[in-house]
Design a protein around this ligand. Structure first.
Ligand SMILES: [Zn+2]
Length: 513
């Protein structure tokens, strides 16, 4: 196998890190001798590789390799000498995959046909910048085009792209478009009727399917047909041939304005969305009677629900929903007992907090020390006081130590999380006691606040015969409700025994406060 030596340095490559052309060739030749590689051809070039197809010598080399009858490899100093843009990189990648290039040897590594990484290896940021610039240029091109009155996109229905960057009237479909506008302007047609009639008359899409009424609607709203292009919400005067007059277009807009009434805004009901029907599972909706009274009722959207005839007054809804708090009540003495027990456990199980803090600070100190060492080491490397190999070896050791300390710290903190402070327990007790107070508050506050309180507490509830049936609580209230259910203190005790943190499991950030 023979090798081609490719060396490149552009006038833009100001960096001292990049060797001159002569040095690159010299270095590569030395390397080839060391590795026993035969250099057959030498290409040198003083051009930038940022833009594709910008380097005649490079392209000559590619052409040569495409037609070469023998096996060739490339030697270059660094992979970025070969390409710095995705297009040229793609060419190299392709030749590698085709086996037209058997290997690429650089001063730091070898790339083989099996390597799929070449594209990625070429400075990612450089490639990305290239793509960004490219898309910026494309956008700029589009903007220029539209400002000149030319449509920059795929032609709308009724027009065809002429293949030269322009559009022309699609004689077949333009006829239908004109008819659609004319018929619609009479006010005697709906979109659906127009869609059906045009289909009967032979109006088809490019893929030979029917245009749906939504397409007809879009079409009737598009001033493109009378000469105005809308692009990114801006209007531009187009130079294209119009299909209809502006007057006809405006007439159609008037008809549309009369026909399409904006949807009425749904009135707001405070408790809608919080209740479903226990019998059929449908949502309870509400309406206002005599402009004053609000009633809630099962929408009965599945049909045949007996609850459908129960109309709940707003007051009845409030009274039913206030039952939510009763599901959360736990005997206060029992809460007190749980609290005392938990406090005891806390004291017995909590390792000395001072000890923990000391251990934690020690670890943090160690980590900081190692970070400093790493920085010093790097300075040594910059000052060339140590070799790269020595630097890497020692850096590796330091990194391993930092990792060790971090793991120890994580372990320590995780273990510490189990033990809570007495303050946490106090807050948790408050949380368990809170439903009673919340019920009182709920009955007093405004409708808005009532809804807010309930939204924090529950996902949903069901109503049966004007009474609260089931409640699906949000956490941590679900747990409290489970504890409270049937005042099953035994159950509560079991939960507590199996998990001594029962009272304190829930962080109060998740609570109702
Ligand atoms: Zn129902």
């Amino acid at each position: 196998m023979k090798y081609i030596l490719y060396a490149r340095k552009s006038s833009e490559d100001k960096s001292k890190q990049i060797l001159s052309l002569e040095s690159q060739v010299g270095e590569m030749k030395k390397m080839a001798t060391n590795l026993g590689l035969a250099i057959d051809l030498v290409y040198t070039e003083s051009k930038s590789a940022k833009l594709p197809n910008n380097r005649p010598i490079f392209l000559e080399m590619i052409n040569f390799l495409e037609d070469a009858k023998e096996d060739y490899g490339i030697i270059c100093w660094k992979i970025d000498r070969l390409s710095r843009n995705p297009i040229d990189s793609g060419k190299i990648q392709w030749l590698l995959q085709q086996g037209r290039i058997k290997a690429i040897q650089t001063s730091d590594r070898q790339y083989l046909p099996s390597d799929n990484v070449l594209l990625l290896n070429i400075e990612g940021s450089m490639a990305n910048q290239f793509i960004l610039d490219l898309s910026k240029n494309v956008k700029r091109g589009i903007q220029t085009k539209i400002e000149k009155g030319l449509w920059p996109n795929f032609a709308p229905i009724g027009y065809l792209n002429d293949g030269k960057g322009g559009i022309s009237v699609d004689k077949v479909r333009a006829r239908y478009i004109k008819k659609i506008f004319k018929l619609y302007s009479t006010g005697n047609y709906t979109m659906k009727e127009l869609a059906n009639q045009m289909f009967k008359e032979g109006f088809r899409s490019r893929s030979n399917i029917k245009y749906h009424k939504s397409k007809i609607y879009k079409l009737l709203k598009d001033p493109f047909y009378c000469g105005t292009m809308i692009f990114h919400d801006k209007e531009y005067e187009g130079k294209h041939e119009t299909i209809i007059t502006r007057k006809l277009f405006n007439d159609c807009q008037k008809v549309m304005g009369l026909k399409l009434h904006p949807k009425k805004k749904q009135p707001f009901f405070h408790f809608r969305g919080l209740m479903t029907c226990e019998k059929c599972g449908c949502l309870l909706t509400a309406s206002r009677k005599k402009k004053k009274y609000v009633y809630y009722y099962c929408t009965n959207s599945r049909g045949g629900c007996s609850e459908h005839n129960h109309y709940l007054k707003e007051g009845e809804v409030i009274s039913a929903l206030s039952g939510v708090f009763d599901r959360l009540l736990i005997d206060e003495d029992e809460i007190e007992r749980m609290h005392e027990n938990s406090k005891e456990l806390l004291i017995n199980n909590n390792p000395d907090r001072r000890e923990y803090l000391e251990a934690r600070n020690n670890l943090l100190d160690e980590i900081k020390k190692q970070e400093n060492r790493k920085e010093e080491l790097f300075n040594l490397l910059l000052d060339k006081a140590i070799t790269k190999e020595a630097y890497e070896a020692r850096e590796e050791t330091i990194k391993a130590e930092i990792k060790c300390f971090n793991e120890a710290l994580e372990k320590l903190e995780n273990e510490q999380e189990v033990t809570l402070t007495e303050k946490d327990l106090e807050l948790t007790k408050e949380l368990f006691l809170s439903p009673k107070k919340q019920k009182k508050a709920f009955l007093k506050v405004s409708l808005d606040d009532k809804r807010k309180i309930l939204s924090k507490l529950l996902w949903n509830s069901t109503i049966d015969n004007k009474k609260l049936a089931k409640v699906s609580f949000k956490e941590p209230f679900e747990t409290i409700a489970n504890c409270s259910e049937n005042h099953d203190i035994d159950k509560l005790r079991r939960v507590r025994d199996s998990n001594p943190r029962c009272l304190a499991t829930y962080r109060l950030s998740r609570s109702a406060h």
